[in-house]
Design a protein around this ligand. Sequence first.
Ligand SMILES: Cc1cc2nc3c(=O)[nH]c(=O)nc-3n(C[C@H](O)[C@H](O)[C@H](O)COP(=O)(O)OP(=O)(O)OC[C@H]3O[C@@H](n4cnc5c(N)ncnc54)[C@H](O)[C@@H]3O)c2cc1C
Length: 391
Amino acid sequence: MKPDASGGGEFPELVGGESISRSTVPGGGARLWQGLDKQRRDRGIPVLFDTAAERLIQDPFSKEIIGVVARQGNVQVYVKARKAVALCTGGFEWDEEMKMNHLRAYPSWFYTNPNNTGEGIRMGQAVGGDLWHMNSLSARAIPYHPDWPKGFGVVTRQPFIIVNKLGKRFFYETQWPSHSAWLEFVHFSTRDSAYLSTPAYIIYDETTRKPLIGGPGTKGRLGDSDTVQNWSVQGMTQWSADHSVEVAKGWIFKGATPEELGEQLKAEPENQGLMDPATLKETFAKYSQYVANGVDPEFNRPPSTLVKLETPPFYAVKIYPGGPNTQGGLKKDAKSRVIDPFGKPIPRLYCVGENGSVYGFLYPTGGGNVCEFVIFGQVAGKNMAAEPSLA
Ligand SMILES: Cc1cc2nc3c(=O)[nH]c(=O)nc-3n(C[C@H](O)[C@H](O)[C@H](O)COP(=O)(O)OP(=O)(O)OC[C@H]3O[C@@H](n4cnc5c(N)ncnc54)[C@H](O)[C@@H]3O)c2cc1C
């Protein structure tokens, strides 16, 4: 069973895992951003808003990157580099083709900046940049519905279980490693021609729903969680007290019994008709037995999280791998220079942040991506400043 990861790494049992410690600063991300942006303003560094970079300009002979072609509305603009170009264009959370090609399950949904369409990755590829970590994510499993622009947070309070398309539990559900739990959701069944847990269903009962009633800012609605706060649905929209609005919109499924809920899930297209309501009923019965015994012999869910799930009606919300961000992009060296497939730096081209983050298979701990862009931002900045000026 995973320990509570707060304060340390998410995989302390792995080699080097114990060396990771985590702390937060007052003011959080906003304070960090204000500090960084103050330095920019103090130094008079301009920002071109509403300007999308489209192509790098490469000297055909020296292969140096000497500028960027960008678009401001209908106008194409050319930006000449003084020394070098750094691509800090984020990941590819909003490019369906890249997600389908590179991620381990499809679909997946995110709550990042919708401008993160992988454009900077393609720009680097076009001048010979290699890729790495393209199938890696910092993610969990989150709800998404097409009539809301982004994925959003997921309830973590009790009681609830998570089942796959077949109506079966498939992992320990609670105390998951916050940024790698998506890996539990990506099993593809060749027998069923389906990702069995994409989407999966988080199932709760009336005792869970009751405290979820309230206005913006009220603790305890679906969408609240200990780790997912300001960007989830709460504060932006209000759940109806009895969930009837969300049930009517198809965000939430509701049934008087486990079988009735199972029928609803079977009928929703992404289920591929795999749900057997009788199996869901059996899953409820097994879980009740584990609650009574205080032991989950199947998945070793911690006894303190084995809470009765038996008060009708029952509710389900679809959840998908996703959440914060992708990690893959352009491969870089220790100087933050973009390198080609043979390990040779592309002259005067750097990348920082989610566009080719250092994180591979497992994301080590909360704060990792911010550390990445703060540290490699400095590394890139120093090395770019040391480049000879372009003519
Ligand atoms: C809700 C949320 C919470 C998070 N919480 C944490 C946390 O607690 N700790 C942590 O370490 N990480 C966290 N992360 C991850 C972390 O915030 C990101 O990995 C990090 O901000 C990435 O920085 P970046 O500069 O690489 O990309 P971003 O911050 O995504 O910025 C990329 C920018 O590039 C712009 N852009 C994209 N394409 C182009 C183009 N062609 N031309 C011009 N501009 C372009 C985008 O508009 C965007 O402004 C969180 C992420 C999210 C979404």
